[in-house]
Design a protein around this ligand. Structure first.
Ligand code: SF4
Length: 338
């Protein structure tokens, strides 16, 4: 029986770069987004430079582009794959760098397959144990599973239980659509629903689509997906800050100080920095941070490496530079690329 107190990632086999011990991948849902120029992909982390004719990729760039029925009018950036509805894929020239997406019905009717990866997209309720066993006969199958957002978590969790009971090991893409009044509400909903599944060990990739009254925002959707993976500790792509909520004991302006530390360190991928207002409770509240910046008196800061004090009661004026020196001496500092 799975312990609710211990993180276990569901065991899956790898299909290309999805599943097994690969980090969870991020898909961008571009089916309703007009993409006509290479520059249009900057919103999902792929920046094209027409002078050098080269792509550069950010740490938070989507790896799979779900184009549906409208393939890109140019070659996709290196390292990415387009996902096309199977009826479109069949007539497309590129049967390797483009990956077909089937419904369950299409999977049964259409015999053509990609040689490496085939995605079967379905809603959670469709995946009975019998269907799971049928799909598991082909080792190239990756499931893309969604469910209406009003009962997403419970439906997906039941589905995950069926997958575990069936002892099948296909990788799973968690598909999530939110239609809220504001993007902020969508981010919160996605974080609780998708994040809840990830911390329980389900999900080898995520595709989040946030739409709100002010329209689709693909950049926010992709950023949210990476943020949720980071918060679930399943894929670290940026610096992590752990700061206390502040209270009567707080010894400095927490928001201002956090913003200042962030401006110097937000390029340190995977480093966790705790910023705590007082030394009474701060060290306990930042227990899993790599470094700590803790108020220990008026204009005084104590710096930590993990739970160990490295510099005690130093003037706050030089504390950020001292923190950077500690990170540098640990070999974890890289220069910022402006
Ligand atoms: S760490 Fe200290 S200042 Fe921050 S909320 Fe806790 S008690 Fe208050």
């Amino acid at each position: 029986m799975r312990s609710p107190y211990v993180y276990h990632r569901r065991q899956t086999h790898a299909v290309a770069v999805v599943g097994h011990d690969n980090v969870p991948r991020v898909l961008a849902d571009l089916r309703t987004v007009a993409i006509s120029r290479m520059e249009d992909l900057a919103q999902i982390g792929h920046v094209y430079d027409p002078i050098t004719d080269k792509w550069s990729t950010s740490d938070q760039a989507a790896e799979f582009l779900y184009m549906g029925s409208a393939p890109l009018p140019f070659m996709a950036p290196a390292g990415t794959r387009q996902l096309l509805d199977v009826t479109v894929w069949l007539n497309h020239d590129d049967h390797f760098f483009c990956v077909p997406v089937f419904t369950i019905d299409e999977w049964r009717r259409i015999p053509q397959r990609h040689t490496v990866m085939n995605i079967v997209r379905c809603v959670a309720d469709e995946l009975t144990v019998e269907v799971l066993h049928e799909l598991a006969e082909d080792a190239s199958v990756v499931l893309m599973i969604g469910s209406p957002s009003d009962a997403y978590f419970s439906a997906m969790r039941e589905c995950c239980d069926r997958i575990l009971a069936a002892h099948v090991h296909m990788p799973v893409i968690l598909e999530y659509h939110s239609h809220t009044d504001t993007i902020d509400d969508g981010v919160l909903d996605a974080s609780t629903d998708v994040g809840g599944l990830l911390v329980e060990g389900f999900g080898d990739a995520v595709m989040i689509t946030l739409s709100a009254i002010r329209g689709l925002d693909t950049a926010t959707s992709v950023r949210t997906a990476f943020g949720i993976l980071q918060a679930a500790r399943t894929r670290m792509t940026k610096t992590e800050y752990i700061s206390c909520p502040s209270c009567g004991r707080t010894l400095f302006d927490l928001q201002e100080t956090t913003a200042m530390i962030r401006s110097h360190t937000d390029h340190l991928k995977g480093v966790k920095i705790g910023i705590m207002g007082c030394i009474v409770n701060g060290p306990g509240e930042m227990a899993d941070a790599d470094y700590g910046y803790v108020g220990s008196g008026p204009d005084r800061i104590t710096l930590y490496r993990g739970q160990e004090i490295v510099q005690r009661n130093i003037p706050s004026a030089g504390a950020v530079d001292a923190l950077i020196d500690i990170i540098r001496n640990d070999g974890r500092w890289v220069e910022k690329n402006y």
